[in-house]
Design a protein around this ligand. Structure first.
Ligand code: HSO
Ligand code: ZN
Length: 442
């Protein structure tokens, strides 16, 4: 096998045993730089929106979306009109997705027990919704109403009091019918016709018509992602995570079906030219059969051009066994991990880094992308090492509380006094002593 190119490039087959630690580090590196060249452009957009508010947004709609907007949002009546184009079949599918996503996320809302850490000292946590959240729904080469469900449902379950939604306008100055329909399902009566980094800036700074929010959610192109990382460090608005191009890693052994594996790799590849589809398999034979299937299925895909470029940016690793495959996967820390093997039960405990996992041969990523219930807003670019995907947790704060009784202050007081003394912080010591009746100054 060839030596891995620098920068994680692909279109190659590698044997795991040939790879040095350095080779692996290079292979798992992705999305390293691209955003840096666009920082200046994005900073200019943010500044323009900050200074000029709505009028900047109207300018950018003309410049980037090629549409003359007279109003920056669609109201409920307009959304209803647009949504009426959604067929009955489509409505039913959206409702199935909604119901499953709702059910799975609702179960995440748990009340924690109060803990008496010592007699009379009780500590606990309570959830409070983040008040104002901003959802960015992309509308580039693929419009993703499923992303709207994935963000809107947990926001509703958490109980956020204001949900601001931005999505780029189409050429006709509207959003697509599915986006409008999902807005109505979620009880959202306004969709702002703002896309790209200008949408992020508008939600972070606020404009005449758009409310400044506390946290911004949603995937986007490099401009959107760059804008999110900039506003995260320059404003008080938080972000969900720095989500980059989508990726999948499939671990396959002899029990995998090449046609299924190929379909999964292609489902990822059709997202965008910068997507990555990695196959880690236990023999050359599996790799060959899968590649043949990929060629066959690719030939008839409407988005074949996009998928082909993404596959050129991808690679295959051949390992001795499933344990080696899992080692590589944990190094890669994939957004999506598919275990295309009947041995998935043995492998699952060995997963250390992954965003969302799909078990066995009958569980395609597409199920989770749309409708099984799990969230598809997930950490990419190896952020799965430290980040979780979006959930109800992402829309709440967990506030700690404590309550001390007379017995409690007497129990904890002496330790706190000594600890405060250790740090030379006498006011801290006194705050306890006055309550215990041991303050030497009173
Ligand atoms: N795989 C994408 C989600 C998605 N797929 C939306 C289809 N539509 C990121 O997890
Ligand atoms: Zn997808």
């Amino acid at each position: 096998s060839k030596a891995p190119p620098s920068g994680g490039g692909g279109g190659f087959v590698f044997h795991y045993s040939d790879l040095s630690a350095n080779d692996i580090a290079r292979l798992v590196q992705r999305n390293v730089d691209p955003a840096n060249e666009i920082r200046a452009l994005v900073e200019e957009v943010i500044e323009h929106v900050k200074q000029n508010g709505d009028s900047a947004l109207i300018d950018y709609a003309q410049k980037f979306d090629k549409v003359e907007l007279t109003k920056l949002y669609l109201d409920r009546a307009e959304l209803e009109e647009i949504a009426s184009a959604v067929s009955e079949d489509q409505q039913e599918a959206l409702q199935t997705a909604y119901a499953n996503i709702y059910k799975f996320h609702k179960a995440q809302l748990k009340t924690e027990d109060k803990v008496e850490t010592m007699p009379g000292v009780t500590c606990w946590r309570e959830l409070r919704a983040i008040e104002k959240v901003g959802l960015y729904i992309p509308g580039g080469t693929a419009v993703l109403p499923s992303t709207f469900l994935m963000l809107g449902i947990p926001a509703r379950i958490a109980g956020c009091s204001e949900i601001v939604v931005c999505s780029p306008p189409q050429k006709n100055g509207k959003v697509n019918a599915f986006i409008a329909y999902v807005a109505l399902m979620l009880g959202i009566n306004k969709v702002y016709l703002v896309g790209g980094s200008q949408a992020v800036a508008a939600m972070a700074y606020g404009t005449e018509t758009i409310t400044k929010v506390d946290k911004i959610f949603g995937p986007g192109n490099q401009f959107v992602t760059k804008a999110k990382t900039i506003i995260q460090s320059t404003t008080t608005t938080a972000i969900d995570m720095p989500a980059g191009p989508s990726e999948v890693l499939v671990i396959a052994d002899r029990s995998a079906k090449p046609a299924y594996v190929a379909a999964d790799l292609l489902a990822q590849a059709e997202h965008g030219i910068d997507s990555q589809s990695i196959l880690v398999c236990t023999s050359q034979d599996i790799a060959d059969k899968t590649l043949a299937e990929v060629q066959k299925q690719l030939a008839v895909l409407p988005r074949a051009e996009i998928a082909k470029q993404a596959l050129d940016n991808s690679y295959i690793i051949i390992t001795q066994d499933l344990d080696e495959a899992m080692n590589f996967s944990n190094e890669y820390a994939p957004e999506h991990l598919i275990l295309a093997t009947e041995q998935w039960k043995d492998l699952t405990p060995k997963i250390i880094n992954a965003g969302s996992v799909f078990l066995g041969n009958l569980t395609p990523e597409s199920a989770g992308d749309y409708a099984s219930g799990t969230n598809h807003t997930l950490p990419t670019s190896s952020y799965a090492r430290a980040y979780s995907g979006v959930s109800v947790d992402s829309f709440v704060k967990k506030i700690t509380f404590q309550y001390l009784t007379e017995e409690g202050i007497q129990n904890i007081g002496p330790s706190v006094e000594i600890l405060a003394e250790m740090e030379g912080l006498h006011a801290h010591r006194n705050a306890v002593s006055v309550r215990m009746g041991t303050n030497k100054n009173t």
